[in-house]
Design a protein around this ligand. Sequence first.
Ligand code: FES
Length: 297
Amino acid sequence: MTDTYDQPEDAYRLEDRPEAARAVERRIAVYWGITTVAALTLAGVYLAGGQPQFEGLLLMVALGSLGLGLVVFARDLLPGSEQTGPRHEMASTEEEREATDEAFERGEMPFVRRSFLLRMLGLAGGALGFAAIFPINSLGPHPGDTLARTSWKKGSRLVTTDGHPVHVGDLSVDGVLTVFPEGATDDADSQTILINVGDAPQKIRPGRDTWSVQGHVAFSKVCPHAGCPVGLYRSTSHQLLCPCHQSTFDVLDECRPVFGPAARSLPQLALAVRDDGFLIAQHDYTEPVGPGYWNRP
Ligand code: FES
């Protein structure tokens, strides 16, 4: 079957009404002018510090007027009419290919003939592209290695949440205390749980035999599963429990997870004691604290 149908030649809606066509062109130019002004204002508002609601409104106006202009252009200035035709064989005949070329060229003409509108469209698109550059600033600085560090430093005194330094004799056996580095009690990443396990036997990894002081051990309080504070200590089994999803850590085995979704141990803080008896950190944590999703390759 080689059904074909003719491309209509009557496509320009306003072909015989040049005045009306010019009025439509002016309308489209106004739409795209609005796009340009809105996009440039958007860039200005962003550079001046930003105001999310106003920026959203400007973006809506810019894209809306751009779309309106395109719709009016397609409806009134491009050739086109609703057409239906029989399904034909996949391969086109020579005549069909020529008809398609002709139709394509006819569709091109309104653009070629209306260079003013093309320039307006280019201006509007350029202004929108210009406005789109600035949100890149909002991506913020590269975090560098800040996610791998906390406020603990060599010699930082351990202090309570209200800033009191902790003395080695302050905590009774099986006692727990939330501590921070002195001067950084508002740094959530540095929150640490100090536990006095007394003389309970601990499994200690090579190189960590000097990290505890007279039965005192310290671990990050930030759960490696999803970041909740691990604050419940069961002294009978020497286990720390995260209340969010019940991850359980064995304190005597360097806080290895023994239950729940946490996949890695709570990082340990190396402790030391000063001559005046105050507990201090030997250095920062040697591994990242908190959830590890950002730390995976
Ligand atoms: S956040 Fe601790 S178990 Fe989920």
